[in-house]
Design a protein around this ligand. Sequence first.
Ligand code: FAD
Length: 404
Amino acid sequence: MKENTRCVIAGAGPGGAMLALLLAHRGVAVTLLEMHKDFDRQFRGDTVHPSTLEILDQLGLAEKVHQMPHSKVYGPSFNTSKGLFQPFDLRRLKSKFPYILLIPQAKFLELITSEAARFAHFQLKMGANVCDLIRENGTVRGVRYQTSECEGEVRALLTVGADGRHSRIRHLAGIEPVKTSPPMDVLWFRLPKLEAAADPGSGLMGSFRGGRILVVLDRNDHWQVAFVFPKGQYQQVKAAGLEAMKRGIVELEPRFAQHVDSLRDWQQFTLLSVESSLCPRWHQPGLLLIGDAAHVMSPVGGVGINYAIQDAVVAANLLAKPLLDGRLEERHLTEVQRQREFPTRFIQGFQAMMQKHLLEPALASNQTTIQVPAIARFLVRVPILRDLPPRLIAYGIKRVHVDG
Ligand SMILES: Cc1cc2nc3c(=O)[nH]c(=O)nc-3n(C[C@H](O)[C@H](O)[C@H](O)COP(=O)(O)OP(=O)(O)OC[C@H]3O[C@@H](n4cnc5c(N)ncnc54)[C@H](O)[C@@H]3O)c2cc1C
């Protein structure tokens, strides 16, 4: 099957789906290709930050996401040697949405793609695995894909690689990300809510002990838990066995003593091999990378989804008109990278600092609680300074708006 469109996007994650919706909204013909047959896959994070909520509000979708089953997080609380430490509180933001909304990513993607499907010039092909780039005279002119039934090609003025951290498009384009290795890996899993058992609390909580960190998110009907351990120790953690893992969880959060009985299989855990990377170049003639394909974010602050969506908004703002006019040039793609690279570098620098000063010492320590430096405790009490971390987590260094 051979088709033509203005923009073909590989990957219907948060970045690709949002870009498709925004371009379709502006009248641009878009085809979105997703290799999976549905959105219901392994856990990949469910955080929707204030900046994304404001973008959804601009699109008239904020009410719809709030109608989905959700919970809200206002900021983390850490158990430390000197009691509970709250590094920031999103309620201090001047925003209609001063919180992180937690909704299942599959539901979020279904909403975005079903909104895009209201436009006749939008097409979504599920189960379409992009396997090659079409090039003509040094310019990318579309992609070849395979489904379980057929092979096809979509030709387009612009091809977007929004196909995540292991991006095939990036590989085919020969673009190599520059990687840095954060000091930890994470195992994500769920625990049930038990009526008779004591609750660890609500919101986002963190505990540190013996070189391990436990992060707990309240998801209304279950607990979403991250077990953080030093990089490269997954095989060691697994070899120690499930019973040792459960003991480790209970040492960090004794109130989970009964909840851990629900853990019976390693299949219940999703490994996040933590990395941080940035591509030196996000584009070639006819081709643009966005989201994780261009930059993988460390999980500090849970901003990966947010940054993919902000890339999509900036790309749509800058590219919709040249695409509609059929006059897309590489300078337009250069401008997308120019506007997004600095905010990405900046937040990656902030994440690296948090990793170095907070997480690395905690992961290397055998102590039973973490010590927060006195300077950090002082800074979160200074009125002007205490507003900076929530703004940084919520928006990054620049608020992004949908044009038009
Ligand atoms: C276990 C885990 C937990 C995470 N937790 C959080 C969190 O709490 N908060 C947060 O903000 N971020 C989190 N992240 C990171 C977050 O998932 C990403 O930063 C974000 O999803 C990036 O969006 P994206 O659209 O760029 O890429 P992705 O979400 O990775 O989407 C890429 C899409 O492309 C598709 N695809 C891949 N190859 C092809 C191909 N050849 N052809 C067609 N389609 C293809 C994939 O199936 C996928 O749907 C987590 C990641 C993992 C792995």
